[in-house]
Design a protein around this ligand. Structure first.
Ligand SMILES: [Zn+2]
Length: 373
């Protein structure tokens, strides 16, 4: 006996009375269900069978609809149960699925771009196209067309056709099943063979928003926000822009220019600081001390290392002690033997060695004095 797929007759039904017809090791099979099994890019429904949580719903290889539960043996064959679907998740997926048909349909009919793969997530959906590149303008055009169709409350309907009749419709995507075909029509927007669940009217979606794109396997994959997810994303971005504008004391349209000039200024300050540190490093060496605690980062000494100079500089920064030594290989080897005592590590090549140390500054400098003596 097959499970009656009540979700096709009424995708809006949230609860139903049903009967257990099979008890498996990890799942229950029911005589009728409102739980949609995973397939066609739409994940399986969650919810409850009586008080037991259904973690997902899948088809098995025999075509049975399995409701995955932790404790199937708490049930018995023939037992009457009350089932309820996780409606928030299901309704979100119905909106996502319908939005995806609209995006793919408009991409195809308006922009001659096919769809090769889709993914429906909670916060966004993706449409992988057959195109190697798509302009932002084209995708904004698609966004506008989809939103205009959403606002005009197009009806979404389905019907079953014979395979032969379905082939005659010349759909944008080849039909995958060999038997009768379920055709889903969004009035004036798209028609496609699909076994998924959709909303009854496009107005239920609210809106879609093009987010970004990436190139995968030579194809552009587009990312879209939809319904409440699009609205909350837009609000979050609006707040971020408003706060950034307040920090920078400029209107939103000037934020990029303002941040660019800040980055430029930061880079020139960093470069001036590096020059100043290099000057201090030269002065430290001019003082004639061979082993010393440096007031500037040890990277400032890299260019000063040479065969003619032997010195050891240590710097205590926020990340701990670091050191640099200008010396030949034998001197470094003698120093390296002391690494375990100093909690030190590092390397390099003659005449520039550098690393870190876990001991205190005094111990490090005393050891270096011994080595360089
Ligand atoms: Zn669909």
């Amino acid at each position: 006996m097959n499970t009656v797929a009540v979700y096709y007759d009424n995708p809006y039904l949230k609860e139903l009375d049903s009967t257990v017809i099979e008890v498996l090791d990890n799942a229950l099979v029911l005589d009728r269900t409102i739980f949609y099994p995973e397939g066609g890019g739409q994940r399986g429904d969650c919810g409850f069978i009586s008080t037991s949580r259904v973690t997902s719903t899948v088809h098995d290889s025999d075509g049975r609809i399995l409701h995955l539960v932790d404790n199937p043996h708490a049930f018995s064959k023939g037992q009457k149960v009350h089932i309820s679907v996780d409606w928030a998740q299901r309704y979100r997926l119905m909106k996502a699925h319908t939005a995806q048909h609209m995006i793919s349909g408009i991409l195809y009919h308006q922009e001659r771009t096919g769809t090769v793969a889709i993914h429906l997530g909670d916060d966004f959906l993706t449409v992988e196209t057959d195109s190697p590149s798509l302009s932002r303008d084209l995708l904004y055009r698609v966004e506008d067309s989809v939103n205009a169709a959403i606002a005009s409350s197009r009806s979404v309907s389905s019907r079953i056709l014979s395979h032969e009749d379905a082939e005659r419709l010349n759909l944008r995507r080849p039909i995958k099943v060999s038997s009768d075909v379920r055709i889903v029509t969004i009035d004036g927007v798209d028609e496609i063979a699909c076994g998924g669940l959709h909303v009854a009217s496009t107005s239920e979606i609210g809106c879609v928003q093009y987010d970004c794109q990436e190139v995968l396997r030579g194809h552009v994959r587009t990312v879209w926000r939809y319904a409440e997810g699009a609205q909350s994303q837009r609000r979050m971005e609006h707040e971020a822009l408003r706060e950034a504008g307040a920090l920078l004391s400029c209107p939103a349209e000037d934020i990029v220019r303002s941040v660019s000039s800040l980055i430029e200024r930061e880079n020139s300050l960093k470069s001036a600081l590096r020059e100043k540190d290099a000057m201090i490093a030269s002065l430290m060496l001019a003082g004639g001390k061979k082993v010393f605690a440096s007031p500037v980062e040890i990277s400032s000494y890299q260019k000063l290392c040479s065969e003619d100079r032997t010195f050891f500089a240590a710097y205590e920064g926020p990340k701990g002690l670091s050191w640099l030594m200008s010396a030949d290989e034998d001197t470094f080897k003698a120093f390296r033997i002391r690494f375990p005592q100093l909690g030190a590590k590092g390397g390099g090549r003659a005449f520039c060695w550098q690393g870190s140390a876990g001991c205190d500054m005094k111990t490090l400098l005393e050891t270096a004095e011994e080595i360089l003596a």
